[in-house]
Design a binder for this molecule. Structure first.
Ligand code: GRG
Length: 302
C-alpha cells in the first residue's frame, strides 16, 4: 500500500517539476522570431524536443533537501539542461558520433545543418552561464560563484568534454572496467553530479557533511546511469530509445556490456544504486525523491 502511494506521489512530483523546467526553458531561450531566427529556432529545437530531464529532476530533489526555493532551483536546473542539450547536439555531429536520430526526431544538424548545429551548442553553453550570472540563485554570492565554477568544471576538459575526448580515443580499443569507469565518471557522471550539487547549492539547509553525502550519492547515480545506458543500447530498440540502438557494438565502442556482458552490467547497476542509497541513508524520509530518482535511473526502459 505504502509503495503504491510512494509511486503515485513520485509521478505527481515528477509531473509538476517537468512542467516547471519546461516553462523555464521556454522562457529563457530566445524566441523563434528573434534574429538570428534560424539559430534561435534550432536552439529551441534542440532543447525543447523532449528528453527525460533526469538532470533537472535531480537538481529539484537535492534542492528540496536543502530547503531551496524552487524558482531558484529551476534556473540552476535549466543551466545544467542547456549544457546537456549542447553536448547531445555536438555529440551527434558527423565529426563525433555521427547520428541522425535523437529524442525520436532528426538530430539538429540533420534538421538544420552542421554549421548551425555547431553554433547551437556554442550558444546553449553560453546561455547556461548567462543564467548563472543573471539570476540570484544562492543565499550568498560566494556560493553563487561556487555554482559557476562547479558547472564550468563539470562541463570542461576535466569533466564532460574530457570524457568525450577519452571516448573518441577509445573507439576500437578494449578498456578495462576501471578505465571505463574513469571515462564515464567524466563524460556522463560529471554533469549528473553537478546537477544534484547545483540544486543543493540553491538552499542553505545542508551542512558540509550532508552536502558530501549528496555528492557521493550523485557519483554513484551518474555511473549507474551510464551502465544502464550501455545495457539499453545493446538490448533495446531504436523505437523505444528514440535514438539509434546497437550503435556501441557497431562502432566498436568499449562499454560495460562488452567488458562484462549484459547480465553482469545490470547487476553492477543495481550495486551502484545500492551504494547511492547507502550514501543518503542518514537523511531518512527527507531523501525520498533522491531515492526514487535512483530507482528510475536503474529501472528505466529508455
Ligand atoms: C560533445 C562535449 C561533448 C560531450 C558529449 C553526453 C555526451 C558527451 C555524449 C552523449 C552520448 C551518450 C550516448 C552518452 C551516454 C549517456 C548519455 C549522456 C545519454 C543521453 O542522456 P539522456 O538519456 O538524454 O539523459 P535525454 O534525451 O533523455 O535528455
Amino acid at each position: 500500500m505504502r509503495i503504491v502511494a510512494e509511486i503515485g506521489s513520485f509521478q505527481a512530483w515528477t509531473h509538476a517539476n517537468l512542467q516547471r523546467i519546461e516553462s523555464v526553458l521556454q522562457r529563457v531561450l530566445p524566441g523563434p522570431e528573434i534574429a538570428p531566427q534560424r539559430l534561435h529556432q534550432a536552439m529551441r529545437y534542440a532543447v525543447l524536443g523532449g528528453g527525460k530531464r533526469v538532470r533537472p529532476l535531480l537538481a529539484f530533489a537535492a534542492g528540496e533537501l536543502a530547503q531551496a526555493e524552487s524558482e531558484r532551483v529551476a534556473i540552476a536546473a535549466a543551466a545544467v539542461e542547456l549544457i546537456h542539450a549542447y553536448s547531445l547536439v555536438h555529440d551527434d555531429l558527423p565529426c563525433m558520433d555521427d547520428d541522425v536520430l535523437r529524442r525520436g526526431r532528426p538530430t539538429c544538424h540533420v534538421e538544420y545543418d552542421e554549421a548551425t548545429a555547431l553554433l547551437v551548442g556554442d550558444a546553449l553553453q553560453s546561455l547556461a552561464f548567462q543564467l548563472l550570472g543573471e539570476y540570484r540563485l544562492a543565499e550568498d554570492m560566494q556560493t553563487q560563484l561556487e555554482m559557476v565554477k562547479l558547472l564550468a568544471a563539470a562541463s570542461g576538459s576535466r569533466g564532460m568534454a574530457g570524457g568525450q575526448a577519452i571516448d573518441l580515443d577509445s573507439v576500437g580499443k578494449s578498456l578495462t572496467v576501471p578505465e571505463l569507469e574513469f571515462m564515464h565518471i567524466h563524460k556522463t557522471g560529471a554533469l549528473i553530479r553537478a546537477a544534484a550539487l547545483m540544486g543543493a547549492h540553491c538552499g542553505n539547509g545542508l551542512d558540509e557533511k550532508e552536502f558530501a553525502r549528496v555528492d557521493q550519492f550523485a557519483k554513484y547515480v551518474g555511473l549507474a546511469f551510464q551502465v544502464v545506458d550501455d545495457v539499453l543500447d545493446a538490448e533495446s530498440s531504436t523505437a523505444t530509445l528514440g535514438k539509434t540502438a546497437g550503435k556501441d557494438a557497431k562502432n566498436s565502442k568499449p562499454t560495460y556490456v562488452s567488458a562484462m556482458g549484459a547480465a553482469q552490467a545490470r547487476e553492477l547497476s543495481r550495486e551502484l544504486r545500492n551504494n547511492a542509497l547507502a550514501a543518503i541513508e542518514d537523511f531518512g524520509e527527507r531523501a525520498l525523491r533522491l531515492r526514487q530518482i535512483a530507482d528510475f535511473i536503474v529501472l528505466r526502459k529508455f
